[in-house]
Design a protein around this ligand. Structure first.
Ligand SMILES: [Zn+2]
Length: 487
């Protein structure tokens, strides 16, 4: 049992202690769901499970609070399972071992799972309490948030009655989240037209690497180098000035990461090699200067290669390189009501030869505005249609558009101010949250997300700030107390 020195023994800690002992990797949530079902039975609470495995546990209002609006509390039961290479730990069996250090709950070399175990623990503490005032409660425990949000995605559309949802899955105490981005993937396919490699050429590979990369949501506004864009910038110019002929171009990897590495194979006419090398050296110094602050590791390296047997046809190549050049990448607009929030962005994620004759380009777009998400995905589509590609869209999920006039925001900010004497920061994130997906089935939900401070989530350095957990708990209770009557 987790014992917090010099602090009261709140039920949230005993439930968090229990949860630490229960294996719950994403997609393998049977044991924690079993525990929750037993909990509901023990406390005589109504418990329903939907098809993807999400659990809903309901609790009646406390006496005199029956007329309040129903409130939904929500947290995900799964956790990211990461450990250090030298840590012996089986996430399918072993309990998470914690230690308390300088006001933080830490582990020895594994993820802690406070994301989102502390949210789950808070819900259980409210559900089991006899001394907390609240209106009708619906506690939604979602599965598999960390690897695709499939619980939220498949949530039963007849499960919830409440119209207000508190998502307990944020990681900065003192901040209230009121929005997240939706996303869509736009995939581009080219059939390559080849010609036979002409005589009197030399072949090369050009590598672009050493870039930081990063998350295509959280870090899209940082101006980090995109290896595909940098490589293509050189190729596009060399196509016109030095008669460069490509035989291969690849780069990037994950659709939600900024491309860190790319390479192209091509040939140059022998009589243009000297001038091409001069051009390349100039471009390299220009690019290194341009990225010296934000991506100083950039490397661009040319190596000789054995000549390929075929190269891209001229008009195919010009179309491909021009579309890649015109394809937007990065943040496109900023929010007007949340300072510093990227509203809409697009990521040119990867380009791959999927077989001898086809190239696949993956891009992904995000926006907290549904209409802007569609707009930018069509913008990317149009750029590739111009050069004759096949373009398709998939994996669309809705965003959660920030509403600064939201009732639950007013209640939560007021409760925070009353308890702690300061205004919380109101924020939104340019990445996906389960809240965005809930809106698909329940478009009228008024939602807010808050939590204690967690650092290093998803890594073995994950730690939970103790003092902020007490504030989180107090805030939750104060919000429950202040939910208004049903109109
Ligand atoms: Zn989480």
């Amino acid at each position: 049992m987790l014992k917090i020195p010099n602090k009261p023994d709140l039920p949230i800690w005993s439930y968090f202690s229990d949860i630490l002992t229960i294996p719950r990797p994403s997609g393998k949530e049977e044991k924690i769901l079993e525990y929750l079902k037993k909990f509901a039975a023990k406390h005589n609470l109504d418990c329903t499970q939907d098809k993807p495995g999400n659990l809903l546990i309901k609790k009646n209002a406390t006496k005199g609070k029956e007329g309040l609006k129903t409130i939904i509390l929500q947290a995900h039961v799964d956790m990211v399972c990461e450990k250090n290479a030298d840590t012996v730990h089986d996430f399918d069996k072993d309990p998470i071992i914690t230690l308390i250090e300088e006001g933080w709950i830490k582990t020895s070399g594994t993820t802690l799972g406070a994301d989102d175990g502390i949210g789950v623990a808070a819900m259980l503490a409210v559900l089991s309490a006899t001394d907390i005032e609240h209106g009708p409660l619906e506690c939604l425990f979602t599965v598999n948030e960390e690897t695709g949000m499939t619980g939220a995605l498949g949530l039963d559309k007849n499960l919830l009655n409440g119209k207000i949802l508190l998502n307990l899955d944020s990681e900065d105490e003192g901040e209230l989240f009121i929005g997240c981005a939706g996303g869509i993937d736009t995939t581009v396919r080219y059939k390559i037209n080849y010609i036979k490699t002409p005589a009197s050429h030399k072949a090369y590979t050009l590598f672009v690497n050493g870039l930081k990369g990063g998350h295509s949501g959280d870090e899209i506004h940082k101006g980090l180098g995109n290896s595909i864009k940098i490589l293509n910038r050189i190729l596009w110019k060399a196509n016109y000035d030095f008669d460069l002929k490509l035989s291969k171009i690849e780069g990037g990897n994950l659709r939600n990461a900024i491309a860190r590495e790319a390479f192209a194979e091509f040939i140059i006419p022998e009589d243009k090699i000297f001038a091409f090398n001069e051009f390349l050296n100039t471009e390299i110094s220009i690019l290194k200067k341009e990225y010296s602050q934000r991506d100083p590791g950039l490397k661009i390296i040319l190596k000789e290669l054995a000549a390929p047997t075929q190269v891209f046809d001229k008009s195919f190549q010009e179309g491909l390189l021009s579309s890649l050049y015109a394809c937007p990448h990065g943040a496109l607009s900023m929010s007007h009501n949340i300072p510093g929030l990227v509203e809409t962005s697009t990521n040119l994620a990867s380009i791959k030869h999927i077989d001898n004759n086809n190239i696949l380009i993956t891009t992904s777009q995000r926006s907290s505005l549904e209409s802007a998400k569609k707009d930018v995905s069509q913008m990317v589509e149009s750029v590739f249609l111009l050069s004759g590609a096949d373009v398709s869209h998939s994996g669309s999920y809705p965003g959660w558009s920030p509403n600064t006039d939201s009732e639950i925001l007013g209640i939560t900010a007021g409760a925070y101010n009353k308890l702690f004497g300061s205004r919380p920061k109101v924020k939104a994130i340019h990445a996906g949250l389960e809240c965005g997906l809930f809106l698909e089935k329940y478009p009228d939900l008024d939602m807010i997300s808050f939590g204690p401070t967690i650092k290093g989530a998803h890594s073995p350095g994950e730690k939970l700030h103790i003092e902020s957990s007490f504030k989180f708990w107090d805030l939750l209770l104060e919000v429950l107390k202040n939910i208004p009557e049903e109109n």
